[in-house]
Design a protein around this ligand. Sequence first.
Ligand code: PMP
Length: 480
Amino acid sequence: MTQIADAPVHAGSLPQSRHLATAVPGPRSRALHAERRAEVSDGFGTVLPVFVESADGGILQDVDGNRLIDLASGIAVTSVGAANARVRERVTAQLERFTHTCFMVTEYDSFTQVCRWLNEHTPGDFEKRTALFSTGAEAVENAVKIARSATGRPHVLVFDEAYHGRSLLTMAMTAKDNPYRLNFGPLPREVVRAASANPLRPSVTGAVAGAGAAGEAGAARDAKVAGEEIAARALASVEATLAEHGAETFAAMVIEPIQGEGGFIVPAPGFLAGLRRIADEHGIVLVIDEIQAGMGRTGTLFASEHEGVAGDITLSAKALAGGLPLSAVTGRAELMNAVHAGGLGGTYAGNPLACEAALAVFEEFEDGTLLARAREIEAIAREVLEPLTRQTAVVAEVRGRGAMLALEFAEPGTLAPRPDLAAAISKACHAQGVLTLTCGTHGNVIRLLPPLVIGAELLRDGLDVLRAAVLEAAGADTAR
Ligand code: PMP
């Protein structure tokens, strides 16, 4: 049995156990939610309308006294915990000094320190520079600005099942229409979409050569051959898409090393390396969007390390600053410096409180414990969840890396997506005090993003609730 050393990394006072004092959501949350509906735009959705009073380690405590197990981390943000002591200390000290100067007006050293750490730790053995912003979408937009400025080319290549944000350019780069793009057009025509290499649902299909060897070793070999073929076919399709528009007109190709909102899709082996090769061949800037998968989530500091691939530009956000808004574009010095002075920036870009929080996060990652924990979380989750693929026919796959894991639900045999099951199972988890999120182009995936500081016992409790909910929903489904 896999063990996480159960002395929690966090040192907070919130009890690290699930507790239901009322139904979820409870009466106070319901009342606050009704008020919210009267004041806040309905354009904002809510996964679970509970109002949080405090959070720490793997627990969110709501205003009704319920303690929920956090398997979401505020969408991959609070990896070091939502009340991390180092973050609190550094941010509090900064709060007492000053909150803001605007880095474009007068400077502060923490901005430089964050840039230095990212220059040293992002993949790629070349001289780098970094620019800081506030949100992930801003980082993506600025990467495109930088690539255009450096190459003088208009087009941006993105991929099936991609997610890059909700701003006007990044929503065009995002693949899913509803809810992200619906009614928000027109979209810029310079964004061109190519095939991705989803091993379960390849964009480009065809017979797989070499399949059919017998036995378990044969099955593993088949899977490897199939994966390589999926990558090869997708790469050929990428080349064709580039050729159709003129490869020499592309400034950048932007890819997530694991597609997040699209369904926690780990690309078929060789796909990222193939994109690296194609980008080099055509002088296209390879931008790796590590906004969800980066900063230790997958057991390495950056998810592209698993593939041995370095982007010309690497994007960070979310977990970078432990919950404070900070994003970063880190890339080859000659690209990052190709922009004219004054061409990059923003009033809040690299806010000093957020920079201090990032420096605290870097300290948390220094000794490797959190990276090891991400890998241990994967081992525990696989041990609990993988048997479901044999016990029920509706779990098509358990996949992911480190503490970025997902279950995909589909009709046995046909692989027709079952978003209804993902929604029902997630709802059942919420009622039991376990916060899960769904994702996927078809909405049929439950994703797990626990804080890396979650204790083993709490994690197992949450996973057991999830497993029971899956078995119950699958049983009810069989009885239909
Ligand atoms: N890129 C990726 C891969 C993301 O997952 C997200 C957020 N889900 C973004 C970009 C956009 O980040 P933000 O919401 O901070 O703008």
